[in-house]
Design a protein around this ligand. Structure first.
Ligand code: SF4
Length: 401
């Protein structure tokens, strides 16, 4: 793919080498460039034009029809129904996430087929502690996010636009095939908010399933019910960030709302999909006893004691470099509050080798899973049960050690 600007730059370079543009047609290496195939591409003004041209129709939106409206298709407005922002988007504009554009009255996904980051991570890094411990997760992201968390640890991709990263179009089948050839039993949709590429991830998950590969989502949980239902139909596990048990916190720090996230957590808990929750504890903002207690009580009351909850350490980043990292004592306070209230599997996150990284049997209290950094080093769960007392342990277990 080449933009008009790149075409002219190349043309100028060749011209200066051969002494005039008239010679170009006789240069065999430029024959293809001048073919119809290449000329089509050369008409692109920018990489963004190329993205828009290849962008498929998005799912989950509707046209907004105004009463007595006789506006043309080019002037029409659409409502995106993918996440709780519910953006109304006029022709030629995008929603808050920057990834979905109204193109002549049709909403298109600008991130479908455009992964910008791919890594193979231990699944514990997501974090999933109760889902196939010891598994390598083929992880990918696109640009964009519907939220604007001031503490975002991946802001360089989540707060970027699709055209900021020049990448080739990659089909869902190809992603599944690459994960397969890399012997990754799991594909993780992660780093940015994967809801913005839900069409792509659900297509990848379907292709991956045919190859025996499972799919997991690392999400802020801000999507609407219908797309989440579709995602649950193809995913095997979802981790949702419950960023703080306060509407003010969500509004002021994340540019979002608490209620849609709580709704998503309840929806996943009722589905067949494995669920874990992360609470990133940010000093002075969401670390009060009141907020932590509210969050723990809500989890206990609405999804029960068996859903793992990770109290993770904040590191200064993005627009919150003024705050210190979360004191370990704060995370221990949250962990102890959860444990004393009856949560079965609380964890201290982002503090390597802390005792709060281990899984303990809620019945006999023995260590079931020992972890060092992001790696599982000891497994005492057999057939989903505590090896010592036989109690059933919530999760999807298959030790790879
Ligand atoms: S997914 Fe993007 S465009 Fe759609 S409602 Fe959310 S922020 Fe707006």
């Amino acid at each position: 793919m080449i933009s008009r600007r790149d075409f002219l730059v190349k043309l100028a370079k060749i011209a200066s080498v051969v002494g005039g543009t008239g010679m170009i047609l006789f240069d065999p290496s430029w024959q293809k460039f001048l073919s119809g195939e290449y000329l089509n591409i050369a008409f692109a003004d920018t990489y963004l034009d190329e993205i828009i041209r290849s962008a498929p129709r998005a799912r989950y939106w509707k046209p907004i029809l105004l009463k007595g409206d006789n506006s043309s298709k080019e002037e029409s407005i659409v409502r995106c129904l993918l996440c709780a922002n519910g953006c109304a988007i006029v022709n030629g504009q995008r929603g808050r996430c920057r990834t979905r554009m109204n193109v002549n009255g049709e909403l298109k996904s600008l991130v479908y087929g455009r992964p910008i980051a791919i890594h193979i991570d231990p699944i514990e890094k997501k974090p999933f502690y109760h889902f196939l411990p010891g598994t390598a997760a083929f992880s990918l992201a696109t640009a964009g996010c519907p939220l604007h968390c001031k503490f975002c640890q991946n802001w360089d991709i989540s707060q970027s636009s699709p055209e900021d990263h020049q990448v080739s179009f990659t089909t869902s089948a190809h992603i599944a095939h690459v994960a397969y050839t890399n012997k990754s039993p799991v594909i993780a949709y992660t780093y940015n908010e994967p809801t913005v590429f839900m069409e792509y991830l659900t297509d990848i998950a379907r292709d991956a399933k045919k190859l025996g590969i499972r799919s997991v989502l690392v999400s802020c949980g801000f999507m609407k019910e219908e797309p989440l239902t579709e995602m649950c139909s193809v995913l095997d596990a979802i981790k949702i960030d419950l960023k703080g048990y306060s509407n003010d916190f969500y509004r002021n720090v994340c540019g979002a709302e608490l209620q849609p996230v709580l709704k998503s957590i309840k929806q996943v808990a009722k589905s067949r999909v494995h669920l874990e929750i992360v609470n990133l504890v940010v000093p002075t903002l969401n670390d009060s006893d009141k907020m932590l207690q509210g969050l723990i009580d809500w989890i206990l009351g609405e999804v029960g004691p068996d859903v793992p909850i990770h109290f993770s350490r904040f590191h200064p980043d993005y627009q919150m470099r003024n705050l210190p990292p979360t004191p370990v004592a704060t995370l221990e306070r949250a962990y102890n509050m959860a444990m004393s209230k009856g949560i079965h599997y609380p964890y201290v996150g982002n503090v390597p080798d802390h005792p709060g990284n281990k899984t303990y049997c809620p019945n006999c209290k023995k260590v079931l899973v020992e972890r060092q950094a992001f790696f599982t080093t000891e497994m005492n769960i057999k057939n989903g049960r505590c090896k010592f007392c036989g109690r059933k342990i919530a999760g999807v277990w298959a030790s790879r050690i």
